[in-house]
Write a protein that binds this ligand. Structure first.
Ligand code: 13P
Length: 354
């Protein structure tokens, strides 16, 4: 059991992460995933280019109006801007909370061709201590749940959610707010109903495992996917359909004590991710703060504008700030499509994230 003082410190951090009108930038792509993003703009995947890319995003002036926290990758939490300031200092100066991805990617589950579990529990306690010393205030662990004709299996859901709970407990013991991310993948041709059912099963198991492990929910942030038809289903759900299905599950299974929910974008386009979040807030007052923690849906347009060319830095930051502002408005149900005028947000979803 954690003492009350520790829980209240975690709860304060968690509340700041989901403060009204703000959300989280996920900038924690692995080297491999950054490589895919860079390939789309013909940029070499070098340490210096990754540093410049993160500098573009993390130094956009005024982003603290919309962004409460940034999830960093291990390399980035140790890097400095071209001006010599550590990225952690840059974020702190803007009152933005530094976070860190602590999982170590996916491996096959029980020899399955389809299902995965997440690596990274070995030695995690020691790594968390180091990240705290480097200035991290919260952490992220991503598990994936795959929908196909034969999956997800109940065993895979239990293993993934039990690992998320173990990670969450270690985080809280180290003084970090755990962001627990069981991502139900968008890939596949499944229906909205199937996605909704799998989201529900996954979250029921997650909450049960968190409680069993003694994780304090008031110091925990859920990072969830939305209930949405599969990418290859040929069906485009309306924002109202996505919102009703997703919030319907949340209201059924999430306890009130949970500090907040943030969404991943999961391959939705920038506009779709904003519209869907906005629609959640058209449903009236929600029992928890609900906001964004997007990677692709915050970065795509800015990345394409930047292209690795320093001359495009300010234009790229403008695109990024616009997207952040649109999502900030969506997190309050105040977004309208005509606010996009003058900006061409990326319409198509990007390749996979890890
Ligand atoms: P996407 O928004 O690109 O899905 O990434 C969010 C994330 O952090 C996935 O772990």
């Amino acid at each position: 059991m954690m003492d009350q003082e520790k829980i209240s410190q975690l709860s304060d951090i968690a509340k700041a992460m989901v403060a009204p009108g703000k959300g989280i930038l996920a900038a924690d792509e692995s080297m491999n995933t950054v490589g895919k993003r860079f390939a789309s703009i013909n940029l070499e995947n070098t340490e210096d280019n990754r540093r410049a890319f993160r500098e573009m995003l993390l130094t956009a002036p005024g982003e603290e109006q919309y962004i409460s926290g940034v999830i960093l990758f291990d390399e980035t939490i140790r890097q400095r801007t071209s001006g010599g300031k550590s990225f952690v200092e840059v974020l702190r100066a803007g009152g933005i909370l530094p976070g860190i991805k602590v999982d170590q990617g996916l491996v096959s589950f029980n020899g399955s061709e389809v299902e995965k579990i997440t690596k990274g529990l070995d030695g995690l306690g020691d790594r968390l201590k180091e990240y705290v010393a480097l200035g991290a205030k919260f952490a992220k662990w991503r598990a994936v749940i795959t929908i196909s004709d034969s999956t997800p299996t109940p065993e895979n859901i239990v293993q993934n959610t039990a690992d998320l709970a173990q990670y969450a407990l270690l985080c809280q013991q180290a003084g970090l707010v755990p962001m627990v991310e069981p991502e139900v993948l968008l890939d596949g041709n499944h229906s909205l109903q199937k996605s909704t059912e799998v989201l529900e099963q996954t979250l029921i198991s997650l909450i049960a495992e968190l409680k069993k492990a003694g994780v304090a929910l008031e110091g925990t942030i859920l990072k969830s996917s939305m209930a949405i038809s599969g990418k290859n289903s040929g069906v485009k759900d309306t924002p109202a359909q996505v919102a009703e299905a997703t919030i319907g599950v949340f209201k059924k299974v999430l306890p009130k004590e949970l500090a907040g929910v943030v969404f991943l974008s999961g391959g939705q386009s920038e506009l779709q991710a904003t519209e869907n979040l906005n629609a959640m807030h058209q449903l009236g007052q929600l029992p928890w703060p609900v906001t964004f923690s997007y990677a692709r849906a915050l970065q795509d347009g800015a990345t394409k504008t930047w292209k690795g060319n320093p001359d495009n830095l300010l234009a790229a930051q403008r695109v990024f700030l616009h997207r952040a502002k649109m999502n900030s408005l969506a997190s309050q149900g105040k977004y309208q499509p005509d606010m996009e005028q003058g900006f061409s947000a990326a319409a198509g979803g990007a390749a996979t994230q890890d």
